[in-house]
Design a protein around this ligand. Structure first.
Ligand code: NAI
Length: 333
């Protein structure tokens, strides 16, 4: 099938071209993100492939449908950037990669937490300037701390395992589904309120939906423990960034490690080092010593890239025969 790939970076091309040797699709790459302006680039292509920050609103769907697109293949798990109702109405099928390597994201989350808690990000910069002083680098060990995991699906469940079995933390969790495997690890499911009140470290692993938007906000931050650390490798919109900044600046929140950011589509996946970033909240956040931000990198391992490319092209291959796995189809219905 002919597929237009939006937001294509060199590493996407490498992974997709490599895997496509055994699929034989016709792949056309565009660096541009999908938007109302760029949707025409898909004219005549039955399938398009997009990533986390491509914006697929009702207008984009309309252009795609008018120009013959039948399939939107997300090369990621989250689908909060697609207007699913509009896609359903236009008869466009939306597929995703529900799981590529939860280990990749869970391990990265662990890395961020340890880095933040032991101030490794600060030590790295000091040593580059031959500054070996330890003042200001005092950290805290994980053992015995209270971890709060919001969302114990594939990724949150692995993070829970690391923090129970590996690091000896008390782990509290919140999820609509109480996973017996997670309970067997010794994790205790509690209300989100109790989790926010008791956790030393709060880790977000829920999808972004209208129900989960801004679960970290001024009100929920107010009930958290002084010194709490907020970790987000889920989606930026889970956190009200202005409220987090206020709480960090007031000294209530003790630290934050964020791989995702509310307005990341204006920022991430490109080199902006020659530009002035106009997002003032982001600019303030990156200057704080107790904030560690990475540019939506948690998914980025060789294993995950290969798995994402494989599932994406398999989804496209199965589509014409109507054989796409139910699990990979996302729909508003
Ligand atoms: P999952 O679907 O396995 O787990 C999500 C969990 O959230 C489920 O257990 C579900 O029951 C729970 N949940 C959903 N809505 C809820 C609600 N309103 N109230 C209570 N619980 C709710 O997803 P997985 O694979 O663990 O991924 C989690 C999120 O991580 C994804 O949705 C995605 O946005 C993000 N992600 C980020 C990546 C990155 O590179 N930073 C890479 C991959 C995923």
């Amino acid at each position: 099938m002919q597929i237009v790939i939006f937001s294509a970076e060199p590493y996407d091309r490498l992974a997709l071209d490599d895997v496509n040797r055994s699929f034989g699709h016709e792949l056309v790459y565009h660096e541009a993100a999908l938007s109302e302006k760029t949707a025409v680039l898909a004219s005549g292509f039955p399938a398009i492939c997009i990533f986390v920050n491509d914006q697929v609103n009702a207008n984009v769907i309309q252009t795609l449908a008018q120009n013959g697109t039948k399939l939107i293949a997300l090369r990621c798990a989250g689908f909060n950037n697609v207007d699913l109702a509009a896609a359903d109405a236009a008869g466009i099928t939306v597929v995703r990669v529900p799981a590529y390597s939860p280990n990749t994201v869970a391990e990265y989350t662990l890395g961020l937490i340890l880095c933040l808690e032991r101030k490794i990000h600060k030590a790295y910069l000091r040593v580059r300037e031959e500054n070996f002083a330890l003042n200001g680098l005092l950290g805290s060990e994980m053992h015995g701390r209270v971890m709060g995991i919001v969302g114990t699906g594939k990724i949150g469940g692995l993070v829970a395992r690391y923090f129970t079995a590996g690091l000896g933390c008390e782990v509290l969790a919140e999820d609509v589904y109480h996973n017996p495997e997670v309970i067997a690890m010794g994790v205790k499911y509690v209300s989100v309120d109790e989790l926010f009140r008791r956790a030393d470290i709060i880790c977000l692993h829920r999808p972004l939906t209208p129900n989960t938007r801004h679960i970290i906000n001024a009100d929920t931050l107010r009930i958290t423990k002084p010194g709490v650390a907020i970790i987000n490798t889920g989606r930026g919109g889970l956190i009200d960034s202005a409220a987090l900044l206020d709480s960090l600046e007031s000294g209530h929140v003790g630290g934050a490690a964020l791989d995702v950011y509310e307005n990341e589509k204006q920022l991430f996946f490109r080199n902006l080092s020659e530009k002035v970033i106009s997002d003032r909240i982001f600019r303030r956040l990156i200057t704080l010593p107790n904030v560690l931000i990475t540019g939506h990198q948690a998914f980025f391992s060789a294993e995950a890239m290969k798995s994402i490319a494989n599932t994406t092209l398999e989804n496209v291959t199965q589509f014409p025969a109507g054989k796409v796995d139910k699990e990979v189809i996302v729909s508003a219905r």
